[in-house]
Each structure stands twice: as structure tokens, then as C-alpha cells.
Design a protein around this ligand. Structure first.
Ligand SMILES: [Zn+2]
Length: 135
């Protein structure tokens, strides 16, 4: 086992995620203020070996976090679009990439690696297709 990684507490990580990606929910893009509570959503779910690191966490409203459950980021991304939302692909892909780098640097997390690689492939393909359509 690699040595444990010292991470800031959850409230601090949530603030850092908001500084990185903005204070909107990455899934439905609602601003997380007032009654819309900001929560920490694990992109690679804990049950898939995803760590509680800033590199695996995004800002999500309580509703999206709850409804997503253990669904994969790519599956839930598609579901958000079916609902007519505009999920933040850049924030999701950017965070997954930083997780990929963090795992490469820190080691461990064997269970999360193939899951993460598959998610990055799916979401990168989606982004490439979008960019091609946009240009
Ligand atoms: Zn949301």
C-alpha cells in the first residue's frame, strides 16, 4: 500500500473544487446558492475505488448527486443531456485527467484505474466529436 495521501477536509475540498470549476453544479449547471446546496460528488464512485481527493471531486447540487447514485460519469452525463441540461464537459474531463495524473504520481488505486481509463475514453470521444461539429 502506498502511504496515505494527506488531503484537506471535505469542506475545504468543496471550496477548492468551486474555485477550480465555479459554483455551479457540473451536471445541471444550476448555481449552488441558497436552497440549492453544493455537495461534493465523486466522479469515480467510492464503490469503484475512487478516492476522496480533490482530483476526484466536483461540485454537484444535492439533487444531481443523489439521483446519479453510483452511475458512471459518462452514463450520468448522457442522462443529464437527455433531460435537456448542459453538463459541464470541460470540468468533468479536466477533473478526470487530473485524477489520472494524481494516481500515476501517488500510486495505488488499482481498482479505479481501468474504470477511470474507460470513462476518459468515452468522454474524450464525445468532446472530440463535439469540437469537430463546432468547427
Ligand atoms: Zn445539479
Amino acid at each position: 500500500m502506498p502511504p496515505p495521501i494527506r488531503q484537506p477536509d471535505r469542506a475545504t475540498r468543496l471550496l477548492s473544487a468551486a474555485e477550480r470549476d465555479g459554483t455551479h453544479c457540473v451536471w445541471c449547471r444550476r448555481e449552488c446558492t441558497g436552497p440549492i446546496r453544493a455537495t461534493t460528488d465523486h466522479l469515480v464512485p467510492k464503490v469503484k475505488g475512487g478516492p476522496s481527493w480533490l482530483e476526484n471531486e466536483v461540485v454537484s447540487c444535492g439533487r444531481c448527486n443523489r439521483e446519479r447514485g453510483h452511475r458512471s460519469p459518462a452514463d450520468w452525463f448522457g442522462e443529464c443531456e437527455r433531460r435537456g441540461w448542459s453538463p459541464d464537459l470541460d470540468a468533468v474531463v479536466g477533473t478526470l485527467r487530473s485524477l489520472d495524473r494524481a494516481i500515476a504520481t501517488r500510486g495505488g488505486r488499482r481498482r479505479a484505474r481501468p474504470y477511470l481509463a474507460a470513462q476518459l475514453r468515452r468522454l474524450d470521444r464525445l468532446r472530440t466529436d463535439r469540437n469537430r461539429l463546432a468547427s
